[in-house]
Design a protein around this ligand. Structure first.
Ligand SMILES: C[S@@+](CC[C@H](N)C(=O)[O-])C[C@H]1O[C@@H](n2cnc3c(N)ncnc32)[C@H](O)[C@@H]1O
Length: 220
């Protein structure tokens, strides 16, 4: 069966570059050393490989074998230790779920799913977090539609904070939440000013002080 992402990733180069997403880079300081990190929709691996380079054990799940092969090649370029920490899994998020409470962190960067699937997959992925585990997410906002700086051309695949709050209600405590414009410089696929939704949540069940610190720097 033709795979849209296999075709896209079969083109030369890395569609979204080989350096990590800026929001992930900023937020990853929250993770403990040698965390178990799940990265669904990791594509050609820029984020998973970077996390493996930071010493984390990374499981990258994607429905594109071409993307995952490029992720493994990128990890190998960065050395045997990095390659050994990147574990790839070919799967469709429609029928794959992590074991409950098995990961310290979940990273969803531009992993755009149709809303019917998103509403099922997001809570299921969050269930894979251990108590106190982190979700770091960035996705395009519906107001990105019509811009050429990247993202799906279907509003049903774009995310608002309202969507995310509903998806993760009862599972995550919101720590960072923002909808606004950022300047993207991520390979040929994401270039220029883009309207995004950013979210960091922490799996409920952990002990400790309250964490909420919602930020809204710019209206979309
Ligand atoms: C826009 S790309 C982003 C890739 C990567 N996260 C990045 O930021 O560089 C979206 C990725 O999600 C993956 N994806 C989309 N739908 C999926 C699904 N149902 N199951 C697994 N992976 C999926 C695609 O194969 C692709 O690699």
């Amino acid at each position: 069966m033709p795979n849209f992402w296999d075709d896209r990733f079969a083109e030369p180069g890395y569609k979204y570059g080989t350096t990590p997403n800026a929001f992930l880079r900023e937020q990853a300081a929250r993770l403990s050393d040698a965390s178990q990190v799940l990265v669904p929709g990791d594509g050609e691996g820029r984020n998973g490989v970077w996390l493996a380079g930071q010493g984390h054990q990374v499981t990258a799940v994607d429905c594109s074998e071409v993307g995952l092969a490029k992720a493994r090649a990128l990890a190998a370029e960065r050395g045997n230790a990095v390659a050994a920490r990147l574990h790839t899994r070919l799967a469709d998020l429609a029928d794959w779920a992590p074991a409950p409470e098995s990961f310290d962190a979940l990273v969803l960067v531009f992993c755009h799913l149709p809303s019917a699937l998103r509403r099922v997959a997001h809570p299921r992925l969050a269930e894979g977090l251990k108590p106190g585990g982190w979700l770091i997410l960035e996705a395009f906002h519906p107001t990105q539609l019509g811009r050429s700086s990247g993202g799906p051309k279907d509003v049903d695949m774009l995310y608002t904070l309202v969507d995310l709050r509903a998806d993760f209600a009862g599972r995550l405590e919101e720590v960072v939440a923002l909808e606004g414009e950022v300047l993207l410089d991520e390979g040929p696929g994401h270039q220029g000013a883009g309207k995004v939704t950013r979210y960091v949540g922490r799996r409920l069940g952990c002990q400790g002080p309250g964490l909420s610190q919602t930020m809204r720097p710019a209206p979309v």
